[in-house]
Design a protein around this ligand. Sequence first.
Ligand code: AMP
Length: 202
Amino acid sequence: MNLIMLGPPGAGKGTQAKRIEEKFGSVQLSTGDMLRAEVASGSELGKMVEGLINSGGLVSDDLIVKMISGRIAQDDCKNGFILDGFPRTIPQADALGEMLAENNCAIDHCIVIEADDDDLVDRITKRFTCADCGAGYNDKFQRPKVENVCDKCGSSNFSRRKDDNEETVRTRLEAYHEQTKPIIAYYAEKGFEKRAQRGNHR
Ligand code: AMP
């Protein structure tokens, strides 16, 4: 099963993608995680994109398309993948269409998660993760059961993303509304069926 997760930053795309990965075996492909890994490794690409990511802007379509097209062609994607954070612009969606045709596959569903901007700012600026196992926490909604100890792996090593401050989050939301949200209509026009589901996915 091949899926696209669409929605603003902080809506829970990554969290839901991980759950779908565990349940159905499709592999999560997060372009944000891939870029952060490049930054952490100190690669040329990482050096090029670090400033942009930290200011909340979007990395160029060319770079992103090159990065994800290599990844989709790998063997572990043959059983399905979940695109998390890609496509983020209409040109990226067009490039994805070409990539899928080249790899003889198609998208089965697009999942859209919606949330209010102010709630997202509140949620993102309070989130943090275990630096060792990646478990997600939030100062307000989901603190570790024992203060400063990860529920999953027992580590006390927590981290916060540099771009999770209010100013950068507002810029990321602007980029979402201007460049990414139109992709929902783009896929609706391609015939993806609209089904609404309301609920608390926290
Ligand atoms: P995310 O983890 O999805 O919130 O992405 C973090 C940052 O990585 C974004 O604010 C962008 O700077 C960059 N980024 C991730 N995916 C893309 C993409 N598909 N196109 C452009 N920039 C991206």
